[in-house]
Design a protein around this ligand. Structure first.
Ligand code: G3H
Ligand code: 13P
Ligand code: ZN
Length: 333
């Protein structure tokens, strides 16, 4: 048993409390490799932003859970080396799908876990979530639950259709499970294709797809039922069109890739939404940079020569999110 406290990590309780009263959101960035981790920590150390490092099931398979946990431990030391005196870094299991997995993360030094029972019948979701909460809270590990199902398909995380969260269920769910935060469904989805062209309108000036707005009426109703309760938004990548253009101009093929407009996320960040999950945008930044280098220098074969620019691009992206979208800069001095 390793406590996250021994590793210099923090849970999400204080982070969320401050974010709600301060009207900003904590970035929850997924990581799978060293370059992503370096970019996240550099961006957060420079902006003094609290951060949640997320490990998905795909990441565990790709990079190994043990290695990722040691990387998170290393991240705390790296942050200090960069001059961030009191780093506020949480290590979080993204979309945990069983009690056993959540338990193994708690036992192994994660400071926060998500139990995603959103695809289960309501009572089963409650039962599973409650079991995880009872275990995790013994070790002061915070628990995120999910109610409502996100649309879209992303590797292991899939749902056939979108079921928005029902505001009339949230009080019962939060009370009976004791969860610390709640991921809701209000129109976001995982991946780089969040809406079909049919669901969008077209901007007459740019010819770009304009997605429909998120269901803020549902968010408002949830906040009314659970005042001050931490809300989480998954599937919150914006799919920057400049990256999609670079990818498509350099041998890629990503037609009609579209995400959540930044103004929608800015609005959400000012509300009780205090954790915003971003993964796909970092994948796009990385891929765009790699494709560009390899297209311009076909003879290049040193991975550092294309992973380096990819890392720089991700760092720019993370800083942009922190400063221009979530408003979490300067909140972890
Ligand atoms: O929630 C989904 C995340 O983007 C992680 O996806 O399992 O492919 O790493 P992944
Ligand atoms: P995106 O695919 O929009 O980046 O969402 C990531 C996410 O929700 C991870 O849990
Ligand atoms: Zn997610």
């Amino acid at each position: 048993m390793v406590s996250f406290k021994e590793l210099g990590l923090v849970n999400t309780r204080e982070m969320f409390k401050k974010a709600i009263t301060g009207g900003y959101a904590i970035p929850a960035f997924n990581f799978n490799n060293m370059e992503q981790m370096q970019a996240i920590i550099k961006a957060c150390a420079e902006t003094k932003s609290p951060v949640i490092l997320q490990v998905s099931s795909g990441a565990r398979k790709y990079a190994n859970q043990t290695l990722l946990r040691y990387m998170a431990q290393g991240a705390v030391e790296y942050a200090k080396e960069l001059g961030w005196e009191h780093p506020q870094i949480a290590l979080h299991l993204d979309h945990g799908n069983s009690f056993e997995l959540c338990k193994s993360c708690v036992d192994y030094g994660f400071s926060s876990v998500m139990i995603d029972g959103s695809a289960l019948p309501y009572e089963e979701n409650i039962e599973l979530t409650k079991k995880v909460v009872e275990y995790a809270h013994q070790y002061d590990v915070t628990v995120e639950a999910e109610l409502g199902v996100l649309a879209g398909v992303e590797d292991e995380v899939q749902a056939e259709e979108s079921h928005y969260t029902k505001p009339e269920e949230v009080i019962d769910f939060a009370t009976r499970t004791g969860c610390d935060s709640l991921a809701i469904s209000i129109g976001t989805s995982h991946g780089a294709y969040k809406f079909t062209p049919e669901q969008c309108t077209v901007d007459p000036e740019t010819g770009r797809l304009v997605p429909p707005p998120l269901a803020f009426d549902i968010l408002d109703a949830i906040m009314e039922k659970l005042p001050g309760f931490p809300i989480v938004l998954h599937g919150s990548s914006s799919v920057p069109q400049e990256y999609v253009d670079i990818i498509n101009a350099n041998g890629g093929k990503m037609p009609n890739a579209v995400g959540i407009p930044e103004d929608q996320l800015r609005k959400a960040a000012k509300s009780a939404v205090c954790k915003i999950n971003i993964d796909s945008d970092s994948r796009l930044a990385f891929t765009a940079a790699v494709r560009k280098v390899l297209a311009e220098k076909p003879g290049e074969f040193d991975p550092r020569k294309y992973c380096g620019p990819a890392r720089d691009e991700m760092e720019r992206l993370y800083k942009h999110k922190i400063i221009e979208v979530l408003g979490s800069d300067g909140k972890a001095e």
